[in-house]
Design a protein around this ligand. Sequence first.
Ligand code: NDP
Ligand code: PYC
Length: 335
Amino acid sequence: MSNISIRDLEDRVTGIFATAGIRAETARAMARVIVAGERDNCKSHGIYRIEGCLRVLKAGKVVPDAIPRLRDSTGPILEIDAGGGFACPAFEDARATLIDRTRQHGLAALVIRDCLHFSALWYEVEDLAREGLASLSMCPSYSSVAPSGGTLPLLGTNPFAFAYPRTGPHPYVFDFATSVAARGEIELHHRAGKPIPEGWAVDANGTPTTDPTEALAGAMLPFGGHKGSAISTMIELMAGAMLGEFMSKEAYDFMGGTSLLPRHGALILAFDPARFSANTGRDPIAEGERLFAAIGDQGARLPSQRRFTARAESEAQGIALTEAELAQLARLESL
Ligand code: NDP
Ligand code: PYC
């Protein structure tokens, strides 16, 4: 293992994307979100994603110089059109208006249209929680998950994230794929030649499998059986059907399979907690703290604690990368 500073890794990833022809601001925004994933030891959405972004670029399925356009209605629903580009610069361009509008109305929604959302969703909700807002983020992906009771890919891995502000250094954040594991996790097992745990996927015949190659060719399974399947369906509806954007089946058809990143819309709902409890005399943040303390009292850890620990280590010592990861980075820089 060798350590690299967060800043150096961001510069190198930005360089790879800029050399590939991506607009400078987009390249930097992509590097920020990818390196944040690597910094927090979220391997399935860290530097592993660089190649996927380059593949989709090469295939001509993303607009490298798209400039996000904010369509501001002055109301609580904001829309930003990513113009077929990556989602991260669109979120960065819209976040200040979303925060203002949430404080003004008590709640607001950000619709990101026509984007490629390749990253971990915690990045967005954690950012909003640091501004004192609670939020939910969701997007479809592409058909790769069978609904509970079925065996054929239909739903996406449809990620779902939530964050709530806290008094300490970090907010409460959870973020997960609505499949048992993110597709990126299966791809990493495939790359490492390792079997996946039982219960993650079925093969093309609908038979349970631990072989990542068979899993990628078959169907992933939703987490929590019918409950995860229903949440995933909700995301198809809320961030696909309701927005008039692609649902996972359409994204699959548009991208011609799952070898490229999916193109679709995304939805972020933000809330100002103080506005919701204003007439109760109760402090919504202090109430949250009481709950988190009670969870900790049982010896249970909060989601994102592992991530925040990994972050502290990366900030202190740099991000630890394997020799294979460094070689891969160097290879991508030489393209
Ligand atoms: P994980 O199953 O690794 O983690 C899910 C959440 O549960 C995390 O917040 C994690 O916190 C928390 N957690 C894990 N173990 C515990 C525990 N023992 N106690 C309490 N909390 C725990 O995530 P997934 O594999 O489902 O998803 C990985 C990433 O993939 C997500 O960031 C998601 O946004 C991304 N993704 C993105 C997609 C896209 O289209 N852009 C599609 C699908 C997924 P911690 O991290 O601290 O362990
Ligand atoms: O890991 O499932 C996944 C995923 C799909 C799109 C981006 N990440």
